[in-house]
Design a protein around this ligand. Structure first.
Ligand SMILES: [Zn+2]
Length: 256
């Protein structure tokens, strides 16, 4: 994104409000968080204890990548040490404390092409992610209809449940590395078992599209399971949609 700081803030607030719309069942109360890269050294992330639905500019905290990224490699940390690091990561100490998930936001925003990250706890996605390993694995690795591939990629990354915060951030990094080595592309959707969903993208539009489509796909998955399904597309069909020029054109037009 080459937009100005003001445009980035406006776009991130709009994304947060869209993700927080109550009828969408993606996040309620203080659930979920959003972030975007500001420049090479800093990014904006939702403040701890704020709500996506009515997030305000004063609740977006600018943080230093250089303070948070080393936490991915540090040894075991106490809650107090994490708290100190989160407070130290603020560019302006007068701003509120960033979300405890700021560490995984810092990591994902450091990947090539990722400018925006949105994390939610969608109801239908969590119905599957709380249903045990097999449905979660199938939901992540299989695809059921073409637009799911266009918006969410050919596969999602599934991350087993671990403690939210630095332990989760380290697990996400390890599993993302493994995914990129195996699949040769970065995941657009990361599914956290017994927790929720993370969408990564170049724009706020791509993060919203991936989140909404993953939630729609989850509703289809749960509904078709009641009738003996779901039936997955074959690997050939998935690869065909993923490589079609008209689908790439559609992705560009939709700014995915
Ligand atoms: Zn969460």
């Amino acid at each position: 994104m080459s937009d100005s700081r003001g445009e980035k803030i406006t776009a991130l607030l709009e994304l947060s409000h869209e993700l927080g719309r109550e009828e969408r069942d993606l996040a309620i109360l203080g659930e979920g968080n959003t972030s975007c890269r500001l420049d090479e050294e800093t990014f904006l992330v939702k403040a701890s204890g704020s709500s996506l639905a009515n997030l305000e500019e004063s609740q977006l905290v600018a943080c230093w990548f250089a303070v948070l990224l080393p936490l991915l490699k540090a040894g075991a940390m106490t809650d107090a040490e994490v708290e100190t690091a989160l407070l130290a990561s603020r560019v302006d100490p007068a701003q509120p404390k960033p979300s405890v998930e700021a560490v995984f936001h810092a990591y994902l925003l450091s990947l090539p092409g990722v400018e925006v990250v949105g994390h939610t706890h969608p109801v239908a996605v969590n119905q599957i992610l709380c249903a045990g390993d097999e449905p979660a694995r199938r939901f992540a690795l299989e695809r059921r209809f073409p637009d799911e591939i266009v918006c969410c990629g050919a596969k999602s990354l599934l991350v087993p449940y671990v403690d939210p915060g630095t332990v989760l951030a380290r697990k996400i990094r390890k599993e993302t590395d493994r995914f990129i080595t195996a699949e040769k592309y970065q995941p657009r959707v990361i599914l956290l078992q017994n927790h929720g969903l993370i969408a990564c993208g170049a724009t706020t539009g791509s993060v919203l599209a991936a989140t909404l489509m993953a939630e729609k796909s989850a509703r289809i998955f749960v509904g078709s399971a009641m009738m003996g399904g779901p039936t997955a597309l074959t690997a050939q069909h998935v690869a065909r949609i993923d490589s079609r020029p008209d689908e790439h054109y559609r992705q560009r037009m939709l700014k995915l």
